[in-house]
Design a protein. Structure first.
Length: 228
């Protein structure tokens, strides 16, 4: 299996005889209701992956690793199995027929159902995908850096530059690997990598400007503060 080089839950039954959430399941005359469980990023990534072809949990983890999905989505190995069980309970995944019997729970193959594809499509329409801002730790550090000891600012800038150069080289190598597998430039993996590469290049240019301006650093000339 080719690797994109360095980028190439239990859902508990609502059962509460004392009332509260899920109490309706136990009261005569009260219709049972399904609680809508929000789909997490891990759920959506897994649905998307299995929409390509049925997989079992171990295969899904291997493919997520091969594609370096964890560079852009937070999904751990335990989350894969948690999401598999959750999505099956929601009716978004179903066991898929396989030529060989499953060798344990980790090897049971699952496929996406029609409701699963619909739920994924609904989630992809949410506005928050396009309106949320990231909070990069390095920007937080910049805001606090005026309190750093002498010489630390320059040291951290150099560390950041070294990291960006390393990541840039890695992403460029990954892009070449993806091109080999995809065969064209009209693919989401290509678009994502090109954006990441441009972001690294832009920040490296910004660091050069920052070092040029550093000798002129000073406090605000007209500071304003809140008052009661």
């Amino acid at each position: 299996m080719q690797q994109w080089r360095r980028h190439a839950i239990h859902c508990f039954r609502l059962n509460n005889v004392c009332g509260g959430t899920g109490a309706g399941d136990e009261r005569p005359g009260v219709p049972k209701r399904k609680r809508a469980l929000p789909l997490t990023t891990a759920d959506l990534v897994l649905l998307s992956l299995l929409a390509e072809r049925p997989l079992h949990g171990y295969q899904a983890n291997l493919e997520l690793e091969r594609r370096q999905v964890r560079d852009w989505a937070g999904i751990s190995r335990p989350q894969v199995y948690y999401s598999l069980e959750k999505l099956v309970r929601l009716g978004f995944l179903r066991p898929a027929r396989d030529k060989e019997p499953a060798a344990g729970p980790e090897r049971e193959v699952f496929a996406v159902t029609a409701p699963g594809r619909s739920a994924l499509a609904d989630a992809l329409q949410r506005e928050d995908w396009t309106t949320e801002r990231e909070r990069p730790p390095f920007l937080t550090w910049i805001a606090l850096s005026w309190l750093a000891r002498p010489g630390i600012f320059q040291m951290q800038i150099q560390r950041r530059r070294n990291f960006l150069k390393s990541e840039l080289a890695r992403e460029e190598e990954v892009l070449r690997s993806v091109f080999e597998e995809v065969g064209h430039r009209y693919h989401e993996a290509v678009w994502m990598l090109k954006l990441t590469i441009e972001q690294f290049k832009t920040e490296l240019e910004w660091l050069r400007d920052l070092e040029r301006d550093l000798p002129h650093r000073g406090p605000a000339n007209n500071p304003e503060y809140t008052h009661e």
